[in-house]
Each structure stands twice: as structure tokens, then as C-alpha cells.
Design a protein around this ligand. Structure first.
Ligand SMILES: [Zn+2]
Length: 237
């Protein structure tokens, strides 16, 4: 009898009967690394699969993730962080205008510093924005019975996709020397609104204006939050 390294149960087979961990962990080798890379890029799971599913049928894909199967998609918070990082990288390489959270303020104010942090750290700031938007969506779509965290997961997926779209339009903008980055931001936001409505019920027309209003109020609350925090800090300085 061996002892499971994970949960300390007795193991007589290849896998622990209690927690499912393999009894013997094999050494890391080339096969392991290739498998790992394959898993990330796999069209049946992985990031490309996740993106494809979120483009074609976002509502059903995210509902299935929440209610049925969590193994096929990339984990939502990781997805949002990776997509945001991808956007920032592409934006710095191609140097298109960052119009996602644009700001123009006097340089010394704390509010300006916070906005600068926001646009320098889209990964984290998207999660914070998501929290604000999730609160409003929870209020507007209360009767669907999803809890706050499930809505936050929905937002991680759709905002991640938004970042990917912003990045591609920005890239196209600087490669084609044609002003389409602003249309990219509009399209990205439209995708986010469409996907959220699909998630709840795409056939209900009322869900589209409700999503728009919840998203808008979420962004406004986020901005007000920044102005309040910045204002309080400046006041005491
Ligand atoms: Zn175990």
C-alpha cells in the first residue's frame, strides 16, 4: 500500500480512490512540456478553443462552464489576465492609441496617477471594473438567480474577449495605416453587451438595453470610485 501525497489516503491502484491524484508522479520531460504547450493551444480545450467558443456562442459557452463542465475552457480569471496582457503587449509594440480607459487630466493629481495605473495594469483593473459592473448586472438580472461570483466569471470571459478584439483592431490600425482602432473599441464593447445578453436570454429584447445600462452604470461607478479615492487623498495632501 502506498500513501497518497495529496490527501494521505491509502492507494493500491494507479490513481488515488479518494482524490484522483496519480499514485506516482512521473518526472518532467520533453513529452510533458510538449503536452503542456499542446494543451494551451489545443482547439478542443485551451485558449484558442475558449476564444472560438466565446466568439461563436458566448452565452451557452459560459452557462455550460458555470453549470456543467469546467474542464474545457481556460480558467476565467487567468483568461482575463492573459488577454489583458496580450492587449498591453500589442498596444506597446504597435503603438496605437489606448482608448479603452482614456484620460486627460492635470499630471499632478492623484486621480491622474490612478488612471495611469489603470491603463498600465489592465489585467488587475479589468477585474476591479468587473466587480463594479457585476454589482449592477446582479441588480438588473436578479430574477435569473445567478450569484455575484458567477456574474463576475461571466465578465472575466467577455471582457477578456473584448481585450482580444481591441488588440486586433489596434494592430490592424497601425499595420493598414487606416483609422479603425476607435471602431474596434466600439465593436469590442458591442460584443461584450451582446455576449452578456446572450448569457441571460438573447431572445428577450429587453435584456439588451438592460445590459447596456448595467455596463454603463458599472463603468460610471468605477470612475466615480477613482475620483472619490483620488479626491480624498488630494484633500489630505
Ligand atoms: Zn488522494
Amino acid at each position: 500500500m502506498k500513501i497518497c501525497k495529496n490527501c494521505k489516503a491509502e492507494v493500491s491502484l494507479n490513481y488515488c480512490p479518494n482524490c484522483g491524484s496519480p499514485a506516482e508522479l512521473t518526472r518532467i520531460d520533453g513529452t510533458y512540456v510538449m503536452k503542456e504547450i499542446g494543451r494551451v493551444l489545443n482547439f478542443d480545450r485551451g485558449i484558442l478553443f475558449t476564444i472560438r467558443e466565446l466568439v461563436v456562442r458566448p452565452g451557452k459557452t459560459i452557462r455550460d462552464f458555470i453549470l456543467e463542465d469546467r474542464n474545457r475552457l481556460v480558467k476565467p480569471i487567468v483568461f482575463l489576465l492573459v488577454c489583458s496582457l496580450f492587449y498591453s503587449l500589442i498596444q506597446q509594440i504597435f503603438r496605437f492609441e489606448d482608448g479603452y480607459v482614456g484620460y486627460s487630466l492635470e499630471k499632478d493629481s492623484t486621480v491622474a496617477i490612478i488612471f495611469k495605473w489603470v491603463s498600465g495594469n489592465y489585467g488587475y483593473s479589468n477585474i476591479i471594473m468587473g466587480i463594479f459592473i457585476a454589482i449592477w448586472i446582479k441588480i438588473f438580472f436578479k430574477k435569473y438567480g445567478y450569484n455575484f461570483y458567477e456574474i463576475l466569471i461571466l465578465l472575466c470571459f467577455v471582457m477578456g474577449m473584448g481585450m482580444v478584439m481591441f488588440a486586433f483592431f489596434g494592430m490592424a490600425d497601425s499595420l493598414l495605416d487606416y483609422e479603425i482602432v476607435d471602431k474596434g473599441y466600439t465593436l469590442g464593447i458591442l460584443y461584450i453587451l451582446w455576449a452578456i445578453s446572450q448569457f441571460f436570454d438573447g431572445k428577450k429584447i429587453i435584456n439588451y438595453p438592460k445590459t447596456l445600462l448595467a455596463y454603463f452604470l458599472g463603468m460610471i461607478s468605477f470612475m466615480i470610485g477613482i475620483y472619490m479615492v483620488g479626491g480624498i487623498i488630494d484633500f489630505f495632501k
